[in-house]
Design a protein around this ligand. Structure first.
Ligand code: FES
Length: 123
């Protein structure tokens, strides 16, 4: 029996795909890492909430009775992806691409925070 042919970078008939899945968050959440409070305003209702030190945007909104889609609460599933109307997010998720982070138009509200005094979200 012949051994299988070794994989070579010179072969163009072989394609290696790599799939990555994360089962835990890769870095501290904004609420674990920041001592600052900030305001989150919902653009559709105009309602505003103070995000307390140690608390996530998602938990702040859920505690206030705002229905926000979510899943893992660890920044790895993408279920809480939210459009940003205004403000500077502090991205801490494992979902967004580098270009999405740079554009600053969306964020994962379960783990990410705010670098400005206020975030206005399309909720
Ligand atoms: S709930 Fe999974 S990324 Fe936010």
């Amino acid at each position: 029996m012949r051994p299988p042919a070794p994989l070579s970078r010179d072969r163009d008939d072989v394609r290696l795909d790599c799939h990555v899945e994360r089962f835990t968050q890769k870095e501290k959440t904004a609420s674990q890492d920041s001592g600052a409070t900030y305001r989150v305003t919902l653009s559709r209702s105009g309602a505003g909430y103070e995000v307390a030190q140690g608390k996530s945007i998602l938990d702040t909104l859920l505690d206030a009775g705002v229905d926000v889609p979510h899943g893992c609460k660890q920044g790895i599933c993408g279920a809480c992806k939210t459009q940003i109307v205004r403000g500077e997010p502090d991205h801490r998720d494992s979902v967004l691409s580098a270009s999405e982070r740079t554009a600053g138009n969306v964020m994962m509200v379960c783990v990410s925070g705010c670098k400005s005094e206020e975030l206005v979200l399309d909720i």
